[in-house]
Design a protein around this ligand. Sequence first.
Ligand SMILES: [Mg+2]
Length: 266
Amino acid sequence: MKYFLSTELRNKFSILLQKKMLLAFDLDGTLSPLVSDPLAARISDDTYRLLCELNNLNRQSRLAHTGHRLAIITGRSISDTRRIINDRSILIIGNHGLESPFFNQEIKARWKKRCREIKKKLQENLSLEDCFLEDKKYSLSIHFTNKKRVRAKLNLLGKVQREYLSLIQGLLSKEETVVLGKNVINILPAEGVTKGLVVTKLIAKYRLSGALFVGDDCTDETVFRLRNKNIIKIRVGRSLSSSANYYLRSQKEINRLLKFLSSVNL
Ligand SMILES: [Mg+2]
């Protein structure tokens, strides 16, 4: 794993980024700082301004058929994400990819119904006092609260998560799967819905040369594991277990990355 913002790498990628690419970003922990309450997540004014500037640059050059495509690919629902990113010209893919042009209304309606059934089961069978069950219409997330986050420092979160995990798995059918994130358990369709799949489909749909993707969590690893050499995979925070090739030192460096991407767009 190499540090992406080194001068040497920035020079190397300035050339690669002359091609028409997908510039895709996860939201929580990537564009916005990670917070324990998902409703409290905010993007800083500076990051939002830089993101909009980059998107506008891309849109202008796209008229000349040379521009990149910018997208946010998040586990949040699109309507929830619009609360944080309200620039309508920015493409948002929600629910880990399920809310995208690649899944039709019939599939979404089936999932919406299934999520309601699972939510009822969870409410009946789990003690959700220390957790927050987030209904994202097409998927569900169980967030651990601050109390559990403190326990994580004592290495107890693994135990707590395992307990919840086995309880949840007992309530699900083969059509659903759980994906662990940072202090969150996501319940998703078992097959075919990953950020990795969406990145591949976006590259094909817009006939792009490749992608630059930035993320920080387990669900982003589905992009980092793609075997396409034309995808620049950047993780927020260095990690030996990640399949990403590059890293930013912390979420605070996202502004430097956005500035760099705008500079190579000019
Ligand atoms: Mg994230």
